[in-house]
Design a protein around this ligand. Structure first.
Ligand SMILES: [Zn+2]
Ligand SMILES: [Zn+2]
Length: 213
């Protein structure tokens, strides 16, 4: 199954409405999508209302920590503000969610913490990477060192880029739970590619610089 695990809407810093994002996901032939707004789960609930089982919806959101951005899946509750990376991983474990390290290429200096307190997977391919091949290689190194599954996501901030990158998941059960279970087992592979250069330079650089502060 082809799943875009990383999409933003107007509920955080994206420009597309949930409806526009879903329409685009269907046009691109995705089997599943996670709307991962910053600290918001509203997109998931809105999508649930308008969707009629044509595409699998995975509850998700993105949290900024001092040790990088973390994508959380399978939970509909948002953690408290300014939660630390290690606290967040523990918080997700307790609730049986999944945590994926988002666009980690810029943050190798946090490796020790990531080793000590491991997420469930690493987003190796982020379609917004300004310097694609180099950053993907860095992400793969990080995933290998952590011995974790590799995923891909568009990190789309406008509907047209939904599905530019995605994760190919081998699922036994075609459901949100089945997809998350397969990710945990490492039955994943990043797919797709990078968004057009213009978008990557405009958005990618901005987000990467922001993720460094
Ligand atoms: Zn991010
Ligand atoms: Zn993001």
């Amino acid at each position: 199954m082809k799943i875009d695990l990383h999409v933003h809407t107007v509920y955080s810093d994206g420009s597309g409405t949930v409806e526009e994002v879903i329409r685009r996901a269907l046009e691109k032939g995705l089997d599943g999508i996670a709307i991962t707004d910053h600290n918001s789960i509203k997109g998931y609930f809105e999508a649930k209302k308008i969707l009629k089982e044509k595409i699998i919806l995975i509850p998700g959101f993105e949290v900024k920590t001092e040790k990088g951005h973390i994508l959380i899946y399978g939970l509909t509750e948002i953690p408290e503000k300014n939660i630390s990376y290690e606290e967040l991983i523990e918080w997700v474990r307790k609730r049986r969610g999944i945590a994926i390290l988002a666009h980690p290429a810029a943050g190798r200096k946090y490796m020790k913490t990531w080793m000590r307190s491991k997420p469930d997977a690493v987003e190796v391919l982020n379609a917004l990477y300004p310097i694609g091949s180099l950053m993907i290689k860095m992400g793969m190194k990080i995933a290998n060192k952590l011995e974790l599954p590799m995923t891909g996501g568009s990190d789309a901030h406008q509907p047209e880029n939904v599905g530019d990158a995605y994760t190919l998941v081998k699922v036994e059960e075609k459901s949100s739970e089945g997809i998350l279970e397969a990710i945990k087992k490492g039955l994943t592979e990043p797919g797709g590619g990078l968004s057009p250069l213009k978008i990557r330079l405009k958005l990618g650089l901005k987000f990467i610089l922001r993720s460094l502060d």
